[in-house]
Design a binder for this molecule. Sequence first.
Ligand SMILES: Cc1ncc(COP(=O)(O)O)c(C=O)c1O
Length: 454
Amino acid sequence: MDSFSFRNGELFAENVPVRDIAARAGTPCFVYSRATLEDHYDRLVHAFRAIDPLVCYSIKSCPNLGVLRVLAERGAGMDAVSGGELFRAKSAGVPLSKCVYAGVGKTDAEIRYAIENGLGAAGGLGLFNCESEEEFENIARIARGLNATVRVALRINPDVDPKTHRYTSTGKKETKFGVDLERARRFFATYGRDPHARLEGLHLHIGSPIYTVDPYREAMTKTAALVDELARDGFEIHSIDLGGGFGADYESAQSPPLKDYADAIVPLAKPLYDRGVRFILEPGRTIVANAGILVLSVLYTKTSGDKRFVICDAGMNALLRPSHYGSFHFMWPVAPGVDMTPARRTLDPKLPDTMAQDVVGPLCETGDFLALDRVLPASIGRGDLLAVFTAGAYGMSMASRYNSSPLPAEVLVSGTSAEIVRRRETFDTLVEHELKPIALELPAHEAPKLEAAR
Ligand SMILES: Cc1ncc(COP(=O)(O)O)c(C=O)c1O
């Protein structure tokens, strides 16, 4: 699952006591494990080896350059959804020719930046994952203007229910992403011969996290059928990007092993692979979720009515998932002692001297919580460190500065060493873009007269 484990009653990240990291880096801080990142990447590549996919790590899940570099060294390409993420890929040393670029709202400037930096160029592995007719026309127009030719995949909605949170279900007909299967054929008929935007791939991402393999089987079956239909229409598909969405272990052994996903997908994909179709995967969570924890300090505890509150130095500003999606994250003190070490990460680890408590942050929102009625040691108190597990994905990437909270530090552990891969923000960082107002040079105009109210 990951390299965070209790030894002699205290939590280690690989071979480093988490207590020591907190003492040096302060809290709140995210701690990532290199060994876990590498292990998850390798397992994925191994599970899907029969179709030799290009694994494009989904930057949005955890965009820290330290994390990107670990995966890039392993051979990963990157999945980006904004100009900022493309810039991060480049900054981590990943050429944009090895990146895929999705997103329903690509701006002209972002498209130009991508093309100028080699995204989708002939001979490369990357593509624009195009989400609509208007966007395609825009990509083609900009490519023409730059005298470039770019490779494009059409994002399709196979209309599959991934059985996940409605906010992260992305492959149904009525979602804002991609086009439905009927429109896909018309799309190729209209744009399939464009000389500057070469429509040669299909892209899908049906949702996240998906804990059963059936939605993938259904999506792959529909995609393979579309490939055949398009071939009959005279359009050859060179690449299929299956997106991400594989699960993570928020509780012990919650997610199927990657081999199970591969066993469902590979038999359907292999005939296409044998015909020369290149496969791409865009995993985020399954690689990085278990590779990260969030370490917090308990500031205070208090009781109100029948409720006991554990008030920490960060809440939804550092980890939005519990309040935004109602997500479960296992959490436990960093140094609980041998007798209070949980055997499993689960809602109630069945240990003595525990009680239900709300774990909340310092923000002025009732929605600022990390767990409600969570079974935790009754002894938990001011000054304790608390570890929130499986926080590597959509943790820091969704963190905010709400209530003017500086963003947490990020630390990468490798064996017995650790380095700060993002410094904690300071009060100065909070105001640096606001210190000097800049006058806008507006065109001269006369303010229209107010109309009398009728
Ligand atoms: C297009 C696309 N690809 C990949 C991913 C990564 O998903 P996950 O982190 O669940 O693997 C996402 C997540 O939203 C996505 O939108």
